[in-house]
Design a protein around this ligand. Structure first.
Ligand SMILES: NC(=O)C1=CN([C@@H]2O[C@H](COP(=O)(O)OP(=O)(O)OC[C@H]3O[C@@H](n4cnc5c(N)ncnc54)[C@H](O)[C@@H]3O)[C@@H](O)[C@H]2O)C=CC1
Ligand SMILES: N[C@@H](CC=O)C(=O)O
Length: 815
């Protein structure tokens, strides 16, 4: 014999009921079918009854819906020739319900006993309709009145089952009757004095479990609208997957922490009988579902699932008067129990100075009041403080039988949360060590579930969420490279890069699921207008794990807002040199915030575009070397300009060409004035461990006008045009000596300077082609022969690839 329970969504309407019928008919055995009320019906009955008892005549509209849904189901399931008798039976039951509701309306009353009768109509009607549908298909089917088999006490709303009597009645019934299909209403039972009772939340699962246990069946199938118990709520964690096998204890822990697929009450009767339970999907009957089993599981999975409960209030009772005093916790929890307030989480510091516990937000105010009343005396003498209440909390829990036999599981859990700036307000680990739970802010719950899922179930694939500011020359190439390389990264490096937002100076485009190429290209046409601070607000609001800001702008405001990103544990990759070359104080603060909030701060492209210059210094310094001298050509655009300026084309045209090729700063004056090189040298010195400010570097400008900065590109070109003589003289003087012009950055004996130099043929800088950069480091270890790094030092493609490398560094670190 088989037993199948179908939940509310499975029997929500005629179409779904037909699916259930097909599933039952596919079993080659006699079958007990336990059904819930039509989906949403119990809630509808409840609101209708409440409305009626509040003398609100609109309850009749609800009643009409109840009537229509049931009559529609009959009309769609039962052939017209058989419909009359079925319809008249359903109408008779509905009339009874209507009369009861009228009673509530006239009396303005709704007792627990009346509620049970009213709510029972959901399952009583659905089971009748389903059984008639089977009969109409010629099946040897009977509808059982569950109240005849399941006996309870008179605790209305959550009646307690008399297992001895119920087991006997169930066994007798099934011994004496021979049908192919038995249909029973779930949830409904009867007291010994023949009053209708109900079995509380998850009551239909409970009904099926009671019957399965009484008949010693080998398994129970719960058919619902999901394909089993998931590793986490699939609505919140996209990567969640169905757990194929799970122990009863694990399933109970998960359901306690909010996994709604199964109610613990369903497990209770079958657990001692070693009956396996299958969770199956009515809408995907071919998928395997989850097996909840008493057998020991042969896999070595440590964490089986992750779940969460929202709407939690964290409460703390503390005070010196609690230390060493027996009975405080007894009084605390007793007063809550008396008020029927369920405590979902408890933790106590070993100092005994405080007890921290959680209740649902709905119960919080009542709990606060009764606790403060209970401890009124102690509070008035300052021995205990009034209980504190923190609303807007969630509990997240990892669950698994093997947690107890593995070290480092909690370490992994808390460091994953910490890395993502998720503050943990309280922690509890049951003595069974089957779950580790943490109370966090509700706003972080989604992120926490994803972070934990990634840590325990997707170890091989790390998701990095990119927020890209600046989609010009460099930013545009970066996005192109990311979108092109995504698949490779996923397959070969187990990195899932998602481009969540892009912005230019005025607009942004966001898609929390990841932007497509088309969406990115529509930034200008369809992007939303962006004000200062909007981008950061959006990132913090989305609160995604492993969020990284990629700054491809040259903007000062953006650079000066990095601290706010780091404080929110948002990593930063930047090619914008403004932050690291601003004040030493800001530079240092960014480094320390990066450490404090475990948020990476990487800026390899600040010097030498894609060349590994900063990383090399970091490694030299970390391994104990000392940078003694730096000689470098650090401007790709200036090197290109002085290589290309050979008398053929006017200087201004060569500058325009450099801009066109994407080698210059957005404002080329920053390159020509030496500011860009100065910034780079400053960054190299700071990375080398020297305390340098911008003013400590001497820049000898090669521009004739010196003076005020030019921010207008047109103005710059006009000025350069008029200064052609000056540049041709510089060129001639160098040519006359057989030398080449190079803008050299140097640091020697504590002195740092930038200037245009005539480089002779024997110097390593002489043969520096095109837009190349070169850096010579003289260190304690590289004294005679310097460490040399040379290569393309500007250009969108190479810079974007340097930024990309920084992003991959972050992802690898997270992995
Ligand atoms: N071109 C190169 O070879 C290298 C460039 N860099 C750096 O790359 C950065 C970008 O340079 P390019 O792409 O050539 O500049 P670009 O002018 O082509 O692009 C700048 C982008 O930033 C956006 N932007 C400006 N202010 C913004 C704001 N407040 N918020 C959001 N977006 C804003 C602009 O709308 C534009 O999309 C600069 O900081 C530069 O120093 C670094 C190394 C090499
Ligand atoms: N404008 C810069 C680009 C790289 O930082 C340069 O010319 O080197």
């Amino acid at each position: 014999m088989k037993i199948l329970k179908f939940g509310g969504t499975s029997v929500a309407n005629a179409e779904n009921i037909k699916r259930c019928i097909a599933i039952v008919e596919g079993k080659n055995d006699s079958t007990i079918v336990v059904v819930s009320a039509l989906g949403g019906m119990t809630d509808l009955l409840q609101t209708t009854a409440v409305l009626a008892s509040h003398k609100d005549s609109s309850y009749m509209q609800n009643y009409k819906t109840i009537e229509d849904r049931h009559l529609d189901a009959v009309r769609a399931l039962i052939p017209v020739s058989n419909q009359a008798s079925v319809l008249s039976n359903v109408i008779r039951q509905l009339n009874e319900l209507e009369t009861l509701l009228q009673g509530c309306f006239y009396l303005g009353e709704l007792s627990s006993k009346t509620k049970d009768v009213i709510f029972s109509f959901g399952e009583r009607l659905s089971s009748f309709i389903v059984s008639e549908a089977f009969k109409a298909r010629g099946k040897n089917c009977v509808r059982i009145d569950s109240g005849n088999l399941i006996k309870t006490n008179n605790r209305y709303g959550r009646a307690v089952v008399d297992f001895e009597m119920s087991d006997r009645l169930i066994q007798d019934y099934f011994r004496e009757n021979q049908f192919d299909i038995y249909v029973m209403p779930g949830f409904v039972a009867e007291s010994k004095d023949k009053q209708i009772t109900t079995l509380g939340r998850g009551g239909s699962d409970y009904t099926a479990a009671i019957v399965a246990a009484a008949l010693h069946l080998s398994e129970l199938e719960i058919w619902t609208d999901v394909s089993g118990i998931y590793t986490a709520n699939p609505k919140v964690v996209k990567q969640a997957r169905v757990i194929e096998q799970i122990s009863f204890q694990e399933a109970m822990e998960l359901s306690h922490f909010g996994a709604k697929v199964l109610y613990p009450s369903a497990i209770e009767p079958i657990l001692p009988k070693k009956i396996d339970l299958y969770i199956k999907n009515t809408f995907e009957p071919e998928s395997a579902g989850s097996r909840v089993t008493h057998c020991s599981l042969d896999d070595d999975r440590i964490v089986r699932g992750i779940s969460n409960v929202d709407n939690i209030a964290l409460m703390t009772l503390e005070g010196p008067g609690m230390v060493g005093v027996a009975g405080i916790s007894k009084r605390l929890f007793e007063v809550l129990a008396k008020q029927d307030i369920n405590v979902v989480f408890i933790t106590q510091a070993s100092s005994e100075h405080s007890i921290c516990f959680a209740v649902t937000s709905m119960d919080a105010m009542r709990a606060e009041q009764v606790i403060n009343e209970e401890f009124e005396f102690e509070i008035s003498y300052g021995k205990v403080r009034a209980v504190s209440v923190e609303l807007g909390m969630s509990i997240v829990a990892i669950v698994g039988n093997n947690i107890k036999s593995h070290q480092g599981v909690s370490g992994k859990m808390f460091s994953a949360l910490g890395r993502n700036n998720i503050n943990i307000c309280a922690i509890a680990q049951g003595a069974s060590e089957r779950n580790i739970s943490a109370v966090i802010l509700e706003k972080d719950a989604k992120k926490a579930l994803n972070v934990l899922h990634e840590a325990f179930f997707e170890e091989v694939v790390v998701q990095v969420n990119l927020f890209v500011m600046g989609v010009g020359n460099v930013g545009g190439k970066f996005i192109e490279q990311v979108q092109r390389q995504k698949l490779y990264l996923r397959e070969h490096l187990k990195i899932n890069l998602r481009l969540i937002a892009v912005a230019n100076s005025t607009q942004m485009m966001v898609n929390p699921e990841g932007l497509s190429d088309i969406e990115v290209s529509e930034l200008k046409a369809k992007g939303q207008v962006m004000q200062e601070g909007d981008f950061l607000r959006k990132i913090t609001e989305l609160n995604l794990r492993n969020s990284v800001l990629v700054d491809n702008t040259a903007n000062e405001t953006v650079a000066m807002s990095y601290h706010a990103y780091l404080r929110n544990s948002i990593g930063i990759v930047t090619c914008n040199k403004v932050a690291c070359s601003s004040s030493m104080e800001y530079y240092k603060s960014l480094k320390s915030l990066s450490k404090k909030y475990s948020a990476s701060f990487l800026y390899e492209t600040n010097v030498g575009a894609g060349l590994p210059i900063i990383d090399t210094i970091k490694n030299l310094v970390a391994s104990g070397d000392r940078i003694l001298e730096i000689q470098a050509v650090l401007s790709g655009s200036l090197n290109f300009i002085f290589n290309a300026y050979d008398g053929g084309m006017p200087f201004v045209e060569v500058v325009k060409k450099a801009k066109e090729l994407g080698y210059t700063e957005p404002n080329p004056y920053i390159d020509l004035s030496g500011v860009d090189v100065k910034r780079k040298l400053l960054i190299l010195l700071r990375e080398s461990g020297y305390f340098f400010e911008d003013v400590d570097i001497d820049v000898q400008s090669f521009l004739p006008h010196g003076g005020a900065a030019i921010s207008e590109e047109g103005e710059l070109y006009t000025a350069l045009e008029s200064q052609e003589d000056h540049f041709s003289q510089l060129l001639k003087a160098a040519n006359d000596k057989g030398a080449k012009l190079r803008v050299v950055a140097s640091f020697k004996q504590g002195k740092a300077e930038v200037g245009l130099r005539e480089i002779d043929q024997l110097h390593p800088f002489y043969h520096l082609e095109g837009k190349d950069n070169i850096v010579l480091f003289y260190t304690d270890r590289y004294k005679e022969q310097p460490l040399l790094i040379k290569g393309a030092g500007a250009g969108a493609e190479v810079t974007a690839s340097g930024i990309f490398a920084d992003v991959i560094r972050i992802a690898n670190k997270l992995n």
